[in-house]
Design a protein around this ligand. Structure first.
Ligand code: AMP
Ligand code: ZN
Length: 433
């Protein structure tokens, strides 16, 4: 196995030793921030008393609301003059939260990111195009510095302007890209619409992440664009991308345990779930100086995958994110995650790249409607054929969800697209007393 960083091949014992040492250090550092100082005092935890991994459960959990409440500086563990950058979460679910970095933090992050890219098969010789918003979003600069650290010729393409993206891919013979999955599907559709085969585009590797996507979406991206797509997971609170990443085996994401301690807890009780069960991913930063976070509740739902990966790396793997704890829809008493719907839709050959989930209320009853784009060649069929497709999709969804959604077929490229993270649920329910 070729590695980028020696930490990739630590043994389980070595990982535990690194975690123990770094946990003790990070708690002391966190205690320098007004927020954690108060929190640890209140809980009666002496930072000096953290000496083993078992001490983790004595530490407070941290939530997004805590971050918001201590906006803008309450969680800083470092002097202002040591800070060199800040990032903020994209705020898909409310007010943004800010994370600060020292110069060393940025180096550590770039190293982690480069490690991920290398693990997915990228090398110094690759020409890399970063199709992501540059700005507060960490997928811009975070990925960018990782690619440069690896030594790739890096094109900061930014988001949007599809025609220019395609031109850059071709002109510079780009071999690897970072792209948000919904935008990858959109871009492939645009090329196909021009009567060209998206498989003829040069890239051989795509790093896809930043938003939940199903295995079916990955397969589509791989088939349409003729490349290998690797799942990339991260969140700005944990730096951004570079937290967990797929290796060449594409069977779950190795979470870098020398840099993060990960727990999977029941979102209701905050107790650990049974081995291999799905729960909320909770993480502690082990290396960040400017703004350490202890036991941060990501609200992302996943599980640890059992067994060892064939690649030989012993950092545990997490399953693809099935949704966020706050993504869950409750329709007619049934819990539904948007990813369940995507998984079904994108496995239907007639379905084009985009869909939308609309929640409506009739009287006191919530209804779910799924609007699905149908590929052009099928949309021109007669009503009978379309009616058949609609029934088939409704049946598949009913089997998966246990409620029957309304299915509306719409023309390809008629639903809204986004240059950043897709927002696919439209809630038209008004609260009635
Ligand atoms: P932000 O910090 O604004 O970039 O948002 C981070 C959030 O994006 C995470 O907490 C996840 O909910 C989501 N996310 C990032 N990467 C992935 C991924 N590979 N799969 C699913 N969700 C992801
Ligand atoms: Zn592996």
């Amino acid at each position: 196995m070729e590695i980028f960083h020696p930490a990739e091949i630590l043994s389980r014992d070595e990982i535990a030793a690194v975690q123990t040492r770094r946990l003790a250090r990070v708690v002391k550092r966190a205690a320098r921030s007004p927020f954690y100082k108060a929190k640890l005092d209140e809980m009666g935890v002496d930072p000096e008393s953290i000496t083993s991994l078992d001490d983790l459960t004595r530490l407070p959990l941290t939530t997004k609301d805590d971050l918001r409440a201590s906006y803008p500086f309450g969680m800083l563990a470092d002097e202002h003059r040591e800070l060199v950058r800040l990032h903020a979460s994209s705020g898909t679910t409310g007010a943004p939260t800010v994370v600060y970095h020292t110069e060393k933090d940025l180096r550590t992050w770039a190293d982690l990111m480069a490690r991920c890219m290398h693990m997915a098969g990228m090398r110094k010789e690759d020409v890399f195009q970063n199709i992501a918003g540059y700005g507060l979003f960490t997928g811009g600069l975070g990925i960018h510095y990782g690619a440069e650290r690896l030594g790739c010729l890096t094109i900061p393409a930014g988001a949007g302007n599809t025609a220019r993206q395609i031109k850059l891919l071709r002109d510079f013979n780009v071999s690897a890209v970072h792209i948000i999955p919904s935008y990858a599907l959109y871009l492939a559709g645009v090329v196909a619409e021009q009567g060209l085969d998206p498989r003829d585009l040069p890239p051989r590797i795509a790093l896809i992440g930043a938003e939940p996507h199903s295995e079916e979406a990955r397969r589509r991206i791989e088939e349409m664009l003729g490349l290998k797509a690797y799942n990339s997971y991260g969140l700005s609170e944990m730096n951004g991308p570079g937290v967990a990443f797929e290796c060449e085996h594409q069977n779950g994401m190795h979470l870098w345990e020398d840099s993060y301690i990960a727990e999977i807890l029941d979102p209701q009780t905050q107790e650990p779930v049974a081995e291999g069960e799905v729960g909320e991913l909770v993480m502690t930063t082990l290396t960040r100086e400017a703004m350490p976070l202890l036991r941060y509740r990501t609200r992302d739902l996943t599980r640890f995958l059992p067994g060892e990966c064939a690649c030989g790396r012993l950092h545990r793997r997490i399953d693809r994110i099935t949704g966020r704890a706050d993504d869950m829809l409750i329709i007619k008493g049934v819990n539904i995650y948007p990813m369940q719907i995507e998984k079904i839709l994108l496995a239907v050959p007639e379905v084009a790249q985009n869909y939308q989930i609309v929640l409506e209320r009739e009287g006191y009853i919530d209804q779910i409607k799924v609007r699905v784009e149908i590929k052009e060649e099928f949309f021109i069929e007669d009503m009978r054929v379309l009616g058949g497709i609609q029934k088939r999709i409704a049946g598949l969804l009913r089997n998966e969800l246990l409620v029957t959604p309304r299915v509306e077929l719409v023309e390809a490229k008629s639903l809204p697209t986004s240059e950043g993270k897709a927002s696919r649920v439209v809630d038209l329910r008004e609260t009635k007393d």
